[in-house]
Ligand binder design. Sequence first.
Ligand SMILES: Nc1ncnc2c1ncn2[C@@H]1O[C@H](COP(=O)(O)OP(=O)(O)O)[C@@H](O)[C@H]1O
Ligand SMILES: C[C@@](O)(CCOP(=O)(O)OP(=O)(O)O)CC(=O)O
Length: 202
Amino acid sequence: MAVVPKLILLFSGKRKSGKDYVTDLIQRRLGSKRCCILRLSGPLKEQYARERGLNYEELLGAGAYKEQYRADMIQWGERKRAQDPGFFCRLAIRDAIQPVWIISDARRMSDLQWFWREYPQQCKCVRVVASEQTRAQRGWKVIAGVDDAESECGLDHGVEFDWIISNDGDDALLEKQLEGLLSLTNEKSIEDTQENLKISGH
Ligand SMILES: Nc1ncnc2c1ncn2[C@@H]1O[C@H](COP(=O)(O)OP(=O)(O)O)[C@@H](O)[C@H]1O
Ligand SMILES: C[C@@](O)(CCOP(=O)(O)OP(=O)(O)O)CC(=O)O
């Protein structure tokens, strides 16, 4: 059963913009007692693999296997979300006990709306941005049915991001931007939660 978090950072961004890279950096700074990374795609891939008789571990990897199934997995996930928009959100947060949650792959307005509704005080939306040139250098290739679909474009418009992180490979600039974001986690209430978790033996 998840605890009530103090801060939820909802990350979105295009493929190869660096969402995993940036969220890993933040988690390493905060430590795993204070911060967890939650992926909506985790339970999605688990259920999809089970239903289709596929290899869940391979879907978690960054190789060709995931890409082979991506378009079908997107459609499968959209059908599930249409029945129940909070389905993957609830599964993703199920075991979270840390005061700071990073959702590393918000893709759709329905994902944001679910978190805003459940945790109206705690949510901050963070967009990771990199140029197409940078993303291509990191291995991004345009795929029709993926890059033009809601999975990639669902949050391109209509969201007022609290933070926009430019991640084009300038380490010093990234560091400066992270400092701002990390300052959100220095608030007294988050430190207090840490103490409470320690006292209750987590
Ligand atoms: N600031 C950075 N400096 C160096 N390498 C980076 C940086 N940002 C991303 N990368 C690399 O680019 C690739 C894609 O980043 P990733 O975080 O997986 O993107 P996304 O999760 O948005 O698809 C990975 O190999 C990652 O290590
Ligand atoms: C079906 C997906 O959840 C697959 C996402 O897999 P990853 O989150 O591993 O993808 P990238 O980081 O963009 O490479 C997408 C969706 O529309 O829900």
